[in-house]
Design a protein around this ligand. Structure first.
Ligand SMILES: [Zn+2]
Length: 249
């Protein structure tokens, strides 16, 4: 009796991606969470998210969680700080490619699509290299009563970093996860000195390495608080809200 070869049926190995709260909760102005950075780091050494009161962009690289503020400056976050939304995983670079030189975000996104075993899984994506330019925005600390994210991010300043070495980290989320996450690529940047970064709007890569970690299991943790329990999590204009707050083009 021969053992059937199932390797063609299973293009990726089991791998868990952890997520706290929902994109739709953030859009609805649920900016305070009960998950600490210490707990979050227990779920992964790599990730992105934001902090309570929408106080900056989060990027986790090599097990260190950084907080990037409105002026683009980055500092190491305290383990006791809280996050209302974050995605993390223990990054295993299962697919590794040299980036074609001089690629902009759109071209690189197509290149990454071409190396994925399937559109139907989740992927953690890490790009390490020299960037011709990186255009970012950063959310700024909000005051209660919180406004919906569409209003809160309306006046975010954009910054451009030129000729900088650094890391882009984030996730490529399938369309069917819309609302839970942000469909497509959602990535944050931090430079090699770990002093500047933000939520990436666009970039051009001079040279670098692309590493991809496929995810098969989503561990979703919903906040246990009054705000989340009464939030509007299925708005009719979800596509438009996601586009206006995250893509900004
Ligand atoms: Zn972001």
């Amino acid at each position: 009796m021969t053992v059937p070869d199932r390797s063609r049926d299973i293009p990726v190995q089991r791998h868990t991606i952890f997520q706290s709260s929902l994109m739709t909760a953030l859009l609805d102005g649920i900016y305070d969470g009960e998950l600490t950075i210490g707990e979050l780091l227990g779920h992964g050494n790599f990730g992105i998210g934001t902090f309570d009161a929408l106080d900056g962009e989060m990027i986790i690289v090599d097990g260190v969680c950084y907080q990037v503020r409105g002026d683009g400056s980055a500092t190491v976050a305290d383990l006791e700080q809280h996050s209302p939304f974050a995605v993390a995983t223990n990054f295993v670079p299962r697919i590794v490619r040299e980036a074609p030189p001089g690629m902009c975000r759109k071209e690189l996104s197509e290149f990454i699509s071409g190396i994925l075993p399937s559109e139907n899984y989740m992927y953690a994506v890490r790009i390490t290299g020299m960037f011709e330019s990186v255009r970012v925005r950063t959310v700024t600390k909000q005051q209660r009563p919180y406004r919906p994210m569409l209003e809160a991010t309306g006046d975010d300043a954009e910054l451009v970093f030129s000729h900088t070495a650094g890391i882009i980290a984030g996730f490529r989320t399938p369309i069917y996860e819309k609302g839970i996450g942000i469909p497509g690529c959602h990535v944050h940047f931090i430079d090699n000195a770990r002093t500047h970064g933000g939520h990436v709007l666009d970039f051009t890569l001079s040279s670098g390495l692309i590493e991809v970690c496929p995810g098969t299991d989503l561990q979703l943790r919903l906040p246990l608080n009054h705000e989340f329990s009464t939030a509007r999590l299925a708005p009719e204009d979800l596509d438009q809200q996601i586009h206006a707050t995250e893509v900004k083009e």
